[in-house]
Design a protein around this ligand. Sequence first.
Ligand code: FAD
Length: 293
Amino acid sequence: MKASAFAYARPTSVASALELLVAYGDKAKVLSGGQSLMPAMNLRLISPEFIVDIGEITELRGMVVKDSVLTIGALTRHVDLLRSPEIAAHVPLLRDATSHVAHPAIRNRGTLGGSLAHADPASELPACMVALGATIIVRGPCGERRILAQEFFTGIYETALSSQELLVAVELPVVGKNSAHFFHEFSRRHGDYAIVGLAAQAVINHGQFDDLRLGFFAVGNRPLLAEAAGRLVNVAVTPEVLISASAALSEELDPQEDQQATPAMRRYLAKLLLGRCVSTLLSRPGLYAGAPS
Ligand SMILES: Cc1cc2nc3c(=O)[nH]c(=O)nc-3n(C[C@H](O)[C@H](O)[C@H](O)COP(=O)(O)OP(=O)(O)OC[C@H]3O[C@@H](n4cnc5c(N)ncnc54)[C@H](O)[C@@H]3O)c2cc1C
């Protein structure tokens, strides 16, 4: 199938893109890498009348580190995240996660901004944003808004963005001393969307977590910053503490049924990932005996 007919513009500044979005409102759609938008249009799941292609807006590209904050432009492609020395040095969790996003052809065109605005709950990068404590920067007719990642994702393919706003960049605190991360996902094949996944960022001192942020994905209608992590911070983590955190996590999950897994299987896999994550980060393989209760 082919997409319905649409009008098209390729502005070269954020200001002119916003003028178009204001003029066309709900009839317009932003085109970034096109890896999610074009299939949806070709299948006629959506039929926008006007496409605002932001690919020529150079101010949406690039990365910069300043005052321990890494700012990444919305048009940064997945392949750029994978190859960037700044990402490897300052937020290596993002590099590890991006290697699980789709396949090279898609990573060559898909963008960070597109992935976040698309907000697929099984997507790796939104979960990284909540785990890393990102701020999402959006610009619209009324100026700029800065939105915490955990407040940006509001539902399946839903975000805090209005149809008149552009996601322009994300800000990430650079990881400091004693930081460690964990990324793992269960999927049928490498590059497929996850059945369940976990992106975690921690600060560890003397064998205990000073901080632990657990970003689960494919366990509900949006990435989950698990509050159960609080049970593991500033305590000696014993098998009993881990079991209590696992039970608390189970209460927070709201897994969906689909062709890949039942809610019970997703719940089981999420708890399995929690156990693996904690024992890996604390380098205590014996802490977690195997199957979650
Ligand atoms: C076969 C296949 C497998 C895939 N596997 C995975 C996977 O395993 N994991 C994963 O995470 N993704 C996967 N993807 C999706 C891929 O990562 C996309 O690149 C990503 O979801 C969207 O990025 P994009 O730049 O292509 O956005 P587009 O497709 O251009 O846009 C996506 C949506 O975001 C909006 N948008 C884009 N940029 C902005 C912006 N700056 N401001 C406001 N709105 C914006 C668009 O209007 C559209 O609604 C897969 C895609 C395909 C085709």
